[in-house]
Design a protein around this ligand. Sequence first.
Ligand code: ATP
Length: 290
Amino acid sequence: MTIFNLGSINADLFYRVPHLPGPGETLAATAFSRGLGGKGANMSVAAARAAARCVHVGAVGADGRWAVERLTEYGVDTRHIVTLDEATGHAIIAVDEGGENAIILHPGANRALSETHLAAALAEARDGDTFLFQNETNMQREGAERASARGMRVAYAAAPFDAAAVQSVLPLLDLLVLNAVEAAQLQAATGLAPEALPVRDVVVTLGAEGCRWHNTDSGESRDFPAPKVEPVDTTGAGDTFTGYLLAGLDRGMPMPQAISQAIRAAAIMVTRQGTADVIPDLKDVQDLSL
Ligand code: ATP
């Protein structure tokens, strides 16, 4: 089967600085690096690394062809990434010597997707394929509606959190992935605990604690502990978890098996510095002896 991931593609621009600049200050960076990021791109790479067929539905600007080429190298199907007359989404990330950061995020092309583009991509989907989305693009609700009508599994990673956006798609979802903060925010907005949401499967990630799965069909909740690792950089752990989870389900694994694999992949990810470029592949995950 295939995962269609409506998602962001960002250039993560890292600047090492002696201190974070103040108002009016011009500061020379001591180092610079550019990485592929964006929750959407991270999840597509994770799904592809987990051996799923993943079609990324998204957009870059003319300055973003390198990102598309990199996604292709990582095994993502990029035929439905369009080039728009906008800047490629990017994050300007200043990191000082103490590791403190300041980030400017420009969504650019990620929020300029058209319904025509979305419809053309989803026209390829078959019953039982997966539609995955997050909150860094536009067209989420339109996508969820089309996907649901086509009999796809509709999965949402509700980050960055927006209560109104989540509530508008809740009835269309088969699977919702939240971190603990997002779960608390959603409960504050709706009055509903994760296990009471009108979604068949809800997975709440709990950082070093692992995750909890709620299945409303059975009324069962189950905890999955994370392997103990020395964290180096937790960026992208949640995205790796979700990409692997969806890839496992898409490949026919029962939920507990897909979660176990996702937890192992995310544990490896927190031991690595970087985002999309360092997401572990299936062999790394299978070889993990923890
Ligand atoms: P992030 O924004 O840092 O990518 P998140 O806030 O979306 O992550 P978390 O719940 O922090 O989500 O982490 C997602 C998953 O990553 C967890 O469910 C767990 O499996 C794994 N993970 C995160 N931190 C650790 C850790 N310190 N040790 C082992 N696994 C971890």
